[in-house]
Design a binder for this molecule. Structure first.
Ligand code: HEM
Length: 322
């Protein structure tokens, strides 16, 4: 009898995190170990192919994850298409004509459904794909906590108000991340995501024409393809965010900040005589420290949960509720 009780207690301790994952919103690294053992290899292989076809896709999916998590938690709300009943997040200011990679997530979801149907949330697929994209471009890897659920709603207004703009001051950036329970250090580490990917002229025009704390030849270089006047054809022209190595996840982003070559006003705010200067210096000189902090901050950002009253499910098609 005593043995049976001990066994039950031990089983409860071992299984508790799994049940919490389903019911209480807690995540677990082993959530799909039994339910979908091939999940991680399916996502990895699909990302290997997507990044080989277009390295920028690693950056695009990373940004998609950030924009999902900062708007009512990591719940795949960003993936929902607009319908008669739902005004989604895809057309919010920070996302429209800008967030990309939806078709990559849809293709991964189709493969995952074929292997283990109605089991894996779209939100977890985005979290895994973002991690793999970073790693495939030379960045760190980390163990992803799993068990997220997909929202049955989305909020365009929250997407418009919760995401930081490229014109933000350091104080605003610290506040916006602080509102999500993330520290200034998390914010500075996560901003290192801008070591990969591209940006449209509209997002950095003010900086290259109006900021004083910018390297002159860098500003002139960017001005060549981003005209001062808006609406004259160059608004959507892309430029690499990291002028040195745009397709490699390294710490050049921080070195660029130290030479006043941050592309966004918000980037340069991290090294402009303020509280983050010392950390930027350290990350620029120590790539391993940046990589470790980035991975930790990604896990913390990935832990942002939708509010308790959000209706959730495991979506079958990431674009629409079941
Ligand atoms: C700190 C505040 C941040 C601001 C103000 C900001 C702003 C921006 C802007 C304006 C763009 C260009 C969008 C466009 O051209 O339409 C961009 C691109 C990007 N952002 Fe951020 N971002 C921030 C933080 C982050 C974080 C935390 C991550 C991820 C952890 C991230 C990942 C990226 C990536 C990878 C791209 C390039 C995407 C691509 O090439 O498709 N950003 N960001």
């Amino acid at each position: 009898m005593a043995n049976a009780v001990t066994c039950l207690l031990m089983a409860a301790v071992v299984l508790a995190p799994l049940f919490a994952g389903a019911a209480g919103g807690k995540l677990s690294t082993r959530f799909y170990d039994r339910k979908c053992p091939n999940l991680q290899s399916i996502v990895r292989l699909a990302m290997v192919e997507a990044v080989a076809a277009e390295p920028r896709m690693g950056a695009s999916i990373l940004r998609m994850f950030f924009h999902d998590c900062f708007v009512n938690g990591c719940d795949a709300s960003i993936l929902l298409d607009d319908t008669a009943d739902l005004t989604g997040e895809k057309n919010a200011g920070p996302n429209a004509n800008s967030v990309r990679g939806y078709e990559v997530i849809d293709a991964i979801k189709a493969q995952v459904e074929a292997s283990c149907s109605a089991t894996v949330s779209c939100a977890d697929i985005v979290a895994l794909a973002a991690r793999d994209g970073v790693n495939l471009l030379g960045g760190p890897t980390w163990t992803v906590q799993l068990g997220r659920r997909d929202a049955r709603n989305a909020s365009q207004s929250a997407a418009n108000s919760n995401l930081p703009s490229p014109g933000s001051s350091l104080a605003t950036l610290i506040t916006v991340f602080g509102n999500k329970g993330l520290s200034a250090r998390d914010m500075t580490a996560l901003s290192g995501a801008h070591t990969i990917g591209q940006a449209r002229c509209t997002t950095f025009r003010d900086r290259i024409y109006n900021d004083a704390n910018i390297n002159g030849s860098f500003a002139a270089l960017r001005q060549q393809t981003c005209p001062q006047a808006s609406g004259t054809g160059g608004d959507g022209t892309l430029a690499p965010i990291d002028v040195t190595s745009p397709d490699v996840f390294d710490n050049y982003y921080y070195q660029n900040l130290m030479s006043k070559q941050g592309l966004f006003h918000s980037d340069q705010e991290l090294f402009n005589g303020g509280s983050q200067d010392a950390l930027v210096r350290r990350y620029s000189g120590n790539g391993a420290m940046f990589a470790a902090d980035f991975a930790k901050a990604m896990v913390r950002m990935g832990g942002l949960m939708p509010s308790a009253d959000t209706p959730t499910e495991v979506r079958l098609d990431c674009k629409k509720v079941n």
